[in-house]
Ligand binder design. Structure first.
Ligand code: PMV
Length: 308
């Protein structure tokens, strides 16, 4: 018997990763082709709350202090005013881990939502986002908050650290082809390396962040103005800045180049970098060709998704 089900999508950062950690804006959107799902059922009497992470083949209880899954359940129960019930959560996810698609935040959001539903409650996106952020602090160290925001709101967002996310409507949808290098790259490491660069040469790195901010603002205008074809050159320009920040790698470069050669309007790495995913702007006409080119260039997975 199911007591509650919670789901949460993956996400891509369209513009502004890394700079967003330093107060510049970012644009991010949910990716609904991949998702995390958590199902709550009654457990054995006296079992307490048990989470079976089925993809990871592991079982976590609230006693596993410091484990992100135990932490999110503990925070959610606290927010709901519940003492630990004898429930079993089955957790599954189709979102690749450590690839910039927000797998950690989505798993957390699904657990928060399923516990709320099992308790007969519905938490507002801001409350879900807040709990997920607490857990992201464990994974990342200094998360900007963009991942939890876009996943909890389930809508494209304009995000500035420390401010409420601004969900935005997309009047003319556009298509991105997402290529996965298959290389797991923990965000904490690339964020730490960018910080080291910033500490060594603050003026130069701040300038890159400022340029990234201008690109993100221009992208927001292009989306608001119904001119998504303008996003391609902006993706290329944002990618060049990320290369200068030192977060690309040969595999990402290969995919970005392959997408452009196959006719994408523009392409960039997405998320922490040095692995994980890249995105490219495509049309219904170019999507198939770009997806094939990405696979031929080594992408282990390609997702073509409409944003909007
Ligand atoms: O979780 P990822 O890999 O999509 O990266 C998050 C984006 C960063 O700007 C690199 C970090 C952050 O906290 O915003």
């Amino acid at each position: 018997m199911q007591l509650g089900v919670g789901t949460a999508p993956g996400k891509v950062i369209l513009f502004g990763e890394h700079a967003v950690v330093y107060g510049r804006p970012a644009l991010a959107a949910p990716v609904t082709q991949v998702c995390a799902t958590a199902v709550v059922e009654p457990g054995e009497t006296g079992s307490g709350l048990v989470i079976d992470a089925l993809n990871l083949h592991c079982r976590v209880t609230l006693d596993d202090a410091g484990h992100p899954l135990a932490e999110v359940a503990r925070l959610a129960l606290h927010r709901l005013g519940l003492s630990p019930p004898d429930w079993r959560i089955s957790l599954t996810s189709t979102i690749p881990i450590a690839s910039g698609l927000g797998s950690g935040a989505a798993v957390s959001a699904a657990i928060v939502r399923d516990l709320a539903r099992a308790a007969g409650r519905e938490l507002a996106p801001a409350a879900v986002s807040d709990i997920v952020f607490q857990v992201e602090l464990l994974h990342h160290g200094t998360p900007s908050g963009v991942d939890n925001a876009v996943i909890a709101y389930g809508q494209p967002v304009y995000f500035v650290r420390g401010q409420p996310p601004q969900p935005f409507a997309i009047c003319r949808p556009f298509i991105v082809a997402i290529g996965d290098t298959g290389i797991a790259s923990p965000t904490k490491i690339t964020v730490g390396d960018v910080r080291a660069g910033w500490l060594a040469e603050p003026a130069q790195i701040e300038m890159l962040f400022d340029r990234a901010a201008s690109i993100t603002e221009a992208a927001r205008q292009a989306i608001a103005g119904g001119a998504p074809h303008e996003l391609g050159p902006l993706m290329d320009a944002n990618h060049a800045l990320l290369v200068e920040m030192g977060v690309s790698n040969p595999q990402l470069e290969r995919l970005v180049r392959a997408a452009r050669v196959a006719g994408a309007g523009g392409a960039k790495l997405s998320g922490g970098g040095r692995g994980g995913n890249m995105i490219s702007l495509v049309t219904p006409e170019t999507a198939g060709r770009v997806a094939d080119a990405l696979r031929a260039a080594g992408a282990v997975r390609v997702i073509v998704t409409e944003i909007g």
